[in-house]
Design a protein around this ligand. Structure first.
Ligand SMILES: [Zn+2]
Length: 162
C-alpha cells in the first residue's frame, strides 16, 4: 500500500507516556473529549486514535486488559471481531471511506506501543496519500477529532449479532 505521511504523529513519538494502561484509563473516564471512546459494548469498545494515520483512525479493544490475543476468551474474541466488522461499516457509512486498513501490532518488536490488545482500523480514500499532508496542522487535526467522534458516535452500530 502507499504510505501515509503523518507528521503530527511526531508529537506522539516524543510524548511522555502516562502511568498505567491508556485504554483502561480511557474506559474509566466519561465518553467524549475526556477519552475519545465512540462505542462501548460489554466485551469491547472503539476509541479514536488521537495521533491518527488518517482522519477516522480508530482502535477496537477488548474491555478487559488482555496483552495476548490467545488470552481472549471465545466470547471476547467474537465480540472484538464483531465490533471491528461494524466499525468498518461505520467508517464507510459515516465517513464515506472507500476502503479500510485493518491490522494489529502484537508486541514491541512488531511495532506495538500499548500492551492492551487492539486492532487498528484506518479509513482510506482514493488519493489520500496525496491529500493528508495538506491538513497536517495539529489545530486542524483536533477539530477533525471532534467531528469524527460525533459522526462515529451517531453511527448505526446494530445489525451484527453479539
Ligand atoms: Zn488495559
Amino acid at each position: 500500500m502507499d504510505r501515509l505521511w503523518s507528521p503530527w504523529r511526531y508529537a506522539y513519538v516524543k510524548a511522555e507516556r502516562p502511568e498505567g494502561c491508556v485504554f483502561c484509563g480511557a474506559l474509566s473516564r466519561t465518553d467524549g473529549p475526556e477519552n475519545w471512546v465512540v462505542r462501548r459494548e460489554p466485551h469491547a469498545f472503539v476509541i479514536l486514535n488521537i495521533y491518527p494515520y488518517n482522519s477516522g483512525h480508530v482502535m477496537v479493544c477488548p474491555s478487559r486488559h488482555v496483552t495476548q490475543l490467545a488470552d481472549l476468551t471465545a466470547d471476547e474474541g467474537a465480540a472484538l471481531f464483531s465490533l471491528a466488522a461494524r466499525t468498518d461499516r461505520a467508517l464507510r457509512t459515516t465517513m464515506a471511506a472507500e476502503g479500510v486498513n485493518l491490522g494489529a501490532n502484537l508486541g514491541r518488536a512488531a511495532g506495538g506501543s500499548i500492551d492492551h490488545v487492539h486492532l487498528h482500523l484506518v479509513p482510506r480514500w482514493t488519493g489520500d496519500t496525496n491529500f493528508m499532508p495538506v491538513c497536517a496542522e495539529t489545530k486542524v487535526m483536533v477539530q477533525m477529532l471532534d467531528a469524527t467522534w460525533d459522526r462515529l458516535r451517531a453511527a448505526d452500530w446494530g445489525g451484527v449479532a453479539q
